[in-house]
Design a protein around this ligand. Sequence first.
Ligand SMILES: Nc1ncnc2c1ncn2[C@@H]1O[C@H](COP(=O)(O)OP(=O)(O)OP(=O)(O)O)[C@@H](O)[C@H]1O
Ligand SMILES: [Mg+2]
Length: 242
Amino acid sequence: MATDVEQLTRPAVRVSGLVRRFGPTVVLDGLDLEIAPGEFVALLGRSGSGKSTLLRALAGLDKDVAGSGGIAVPGNVSVVFQDSRLLPWQRVLRNVLIGLDGRAARDRGLAALAEVGLAGRERAWPVELSGGEQQRVALARSLAREPQLLLADEPFGALDALTRIRMHALLRELCERHRPAVLLVTHDVDEAIVLADRVVVLDKGAIAVDVTIDLPKPRSHRDPRFLEHRSRLLTALGVDDE
Ligand SMILES: Nc1ncnc2c1ncn2[C@@H]1O[C@H](COP(=O)(O)OP(=O)(O)OP(=O)(O)O)[C@@H](O)[C@H]1O
Ligand SMILES: [Mg+2]
């Protein structure tokens, strides 16, 4: 039986020796990663490095993919993608409640919509919402499930710069309140540093860089330590910072 200390320190996510291949191509090659309960990890990596493959593996969406290795995740996982994946024929609240039943779930759905600033839009159709609003509905849909692990694959990638900044503030606030473990896939180094407790870089099938970002929040792009992290991560990604 686990001791209390083990219970307290047990990670929310534990990936060990994860291998995933598509035909002859090995995408994940013995990858190890742990995420603590309530910890926010951002995952960077070049295009095609296997970020989405890792996220899909954690979400249990890769049942038919060849591979091996250990994955332990909490029982309650939700996923947010780059597009909101709302059902166009369902109104906003119905979209948030997909797969959930009962009065308590409905109340959680209404509360989640209010938290993302969409109180009053419950009966709108997805087509009546902007891209940013649709992503907020997708976030509300995740929140209403009270996940212990939130997986997000470039959730702000399709949004304009200003909406992105607003979404960063919203996500940070929601995560601070609900404290899920988070794995956020992003191409955006600044987004990673602004939001995450830890930033990891995926390269050649494994975690090549793992940096703890212990800067106070909200974080300023002008903080010299922010710039140091950015420069180090850009180098790890093979991008020249100057
Ligand atoms: N279903 C699939 N069948 C065959 N190859 C695949 C499949 N899914 C992914 N791959 C390949 O695996 C590699 C990793 O893909 P993945 O989508 O995980 O990359 P990524 O890091 O998310 O890239 P991006 O930043 O462009 O989203 C790529 O070379 C891709 O072509
Ligand atoms: Mg991807």
